[in-house]
Design a protein around this ligand. Structure first.
Ligand SMILES: NC(=O)C1=CN([C@@H]2O[C@H](COP(=O)(O)OP(=O)(O)OC[C@H]3O[C@@H](n4cnc5c(N)ncnc54)[C@H](OP(=O)(O)O)[C@@H]3O)[C@@H](O)[C@H]2O)C=CC1
Ligand SMILES: O=C(O)C1=N[C@H](C(=O)O)C[C@H](O)C1
Length: 263
């Protein structure tokens, strides 16, 4: 049986790729394409918006009643996540939250929703970024207490609204979980010598970069860099569609991309 998906943020850069790739997938059917009430594409055909020709699914600002939705995929904005989350809870719709930039309070609400419906919340849907999360943990464990400084550099397109990226924050959290330490977001002025416990996070913005993350472990005499570079957005979109299939019909709970990808 096909998995019925809804996409929140359907007019955006990611939403459009989800609409396009879902159409190519024989196991998926797009049943709702949602975007902000203020988006000028409201009412237009979501396939037309995505540049793939009409698909018969109009852009709307709420979840249709009486339509079967097996999973909702959210690539919108923090306010977009918080708008659909209670509806998913009420209707027991599994939700894949790929949006980044939530406040701590919003993150807590998303985590709490997992007691009531199935929730997968991940800052990056790419297979190899999720593998890199593991490699960074391994590296942090191996280098713990051996005098290495950890710094994270992320690069994204000029249109990105949140900073640092959710993925960079996750890399930082992994290092902090293993080694302890404190995040330092950029440096300016007479900041003094670098403290051993600092985990530097640096955001570069410009052009059309779909996402690069470099995790630097450096000491006196040598440097190790672990790097991921996205070539286009489809690695994120394909991961999210895999996640949607994985989440359909799941009971309430907190799921991860490791579950989806078998990592
Ligand atoms: N987890 C992952 O693998 C990835 C996560 N992301 C994250 O996904 C999010 C979207 O990225 P991207 O597609 O580049 O961003 P875009 O700005 O291109 O798209 C976001 C879309 O969501 C819409 N939107 C804004 N507010 C709401 C709302 N309240 N309800 C519904 N829709 C809303 C926007 O409409 P409008 O333009 O009218 O405001 C826009 O159409 C970001 O948080 C980004 O960091 C991105 C790539 C990969
Ligand atoms: O906004 C983006 O483009 C991306 N956002 C995600 C993040 O903030 O980590 C994932 C990816 O880097 C692309």
């Amino acid at each position: 049986m096909k998995v019925h998906i809804a996409v929140n943020g359907a007019c955006g850069r990611m939403g459009q790729r989800l609409v396009a790739l879902a159409k190519e997938d024989p196991d998926l059917v797009l049943v709702a394409a949602i975007d902000a009430a203020t988006n000028p594409a409201q009412g237009k055909d979501s396939g037309e918006v995505a540049g793939i020709g009409p698909n018969g699914v109009p852009i709307r600002y709420d979840l249709p009643l009486g339509t079967r939705i097996d999973t909702l995929i959210d690539f919108s904005a923090p306010s977009g996540t918080m708008a659909v989350l209670p509806v998913c809870v009420d209707r027991q719709i599994p939700i894949v939250v790929a949006t980044t930039g939530h406040t701590d309070a919003q993150k807590a609400e998303i985590e709490a929703a997992a007691h009531m419906t199935a929730v997968l919340y991940a800052p990056n849907m790419s297979l190899v970024v999720n593998l890199l999360f593991k490699l960074v943990r391994l590296t942090a464990e191996a280098l713990k207490g051996k005098g290495f400084d950890a710094e994270i550099i992320e690069r994204h397109h000029r249109f990105k609204k949140d900073s640092p990226s959710g993925t960079a924050v996750r890399f930082g959290e992994i290092i902090r979980e293993v080694q302890g330490g404190q995040f330092v977001h950029g440096r300016e002025g007479i900041v003094g010598e670098r403290k051993a416990e600092e985990i530097g996070i640096h955001a570069v913005r410009g052009g059309d970069n779909v996402g690069e993350h470099t995790i630097v472990f450096t000491t006196i005499g040598e440097t190790l860099e672990l790097v991921h570079k996205g070539h286009n957005r489809d690695s994120y979109a394909r991961g999210a569609l895999l996640a949607a299939k994985h989440m359909a019909n799941r009971p309430a709970g907190r799921y991860t991309m490791n579950d989806v990808l078998g990592l």
